[in-house]
Design a protein around this ligand. Structure first.
Ligand code: IDP
Length: 147
């Protein structure tokens, strides 16, 4: 089992897409093990986007991700990182394939609705930035046998 960190960004929350996004992840067969509506602090944003420090869009990215509530989630399943990235689609909404979250609902690169970890290592690092172990739930879902 692999875990991944997913986050409906402020634009997704404002547009009322939390339910739509959660439904798509559930239908794929991933299992939700933690979730909360939260305000990202500047400190958390800097840690989360450390790899982009120095890029032209970095300051705007920090401003954006701290501009309003996000819906932070941890999902679990076989190939959870790759499966979620597939559902999310390419970074630029115009390039993301129809049928993906960004392809169906986003047009731009900066307002692209959702974050998804891009590797197993980053997933574990990002989960640690936004969640305490005590906020994650371990439970059996018999349906997993069929996925
Ligand atoms: P990802 O979210 O598809 O993994 P990354 O390259 O990791 O994409 O970039 C992180 C976030 O930074 C993107 O989701 C997007 O919000 C923002 N971003 C990336 N590239 C650009 C850009 O060229 N202009 C503006 N924002 C960008």
């Amino acid at each position: 089992m692999e875990r991944t960190y997913l986050m409906v960004k402020p634009d997704g929350v404002q547009r009322g897409l939390i339910g739509e996004i959660v439904a798509r992840l559930e239908r794929k067969g991933l299992q939700l093990i933690g979730a909360k509506l939260m305000q990202v602090s500047t400190e958390q944003a800097k840690k989360h986007y450390a790899e982009h420090e120095g890029k032209v869009f970095y300051d705007k990215l920090l401003t954006f991700i701290t501009s309003g509530p996000v819906f932070a989630m941890v999902w679990q399943g076989d190939e959870a990182v790759a499966a979620a990235r597939q559902l999310i689609g390419k970074t630029n909404g115009l390039e993301a394939a129809p049928g993906t979250i960004r392809g169906d609902f986003a047009i731009h690169t900066n307002y692209n609705l959702i974050h998804g970890s891009d590797s197993h290592e980053n997933a574990e690092r990002e989960i640690g930035i936004f969640f305490q172990d005590s906020e994650l739930v371990s439970y059996e879902k018999n349906i997993q046998l069929w996925i």
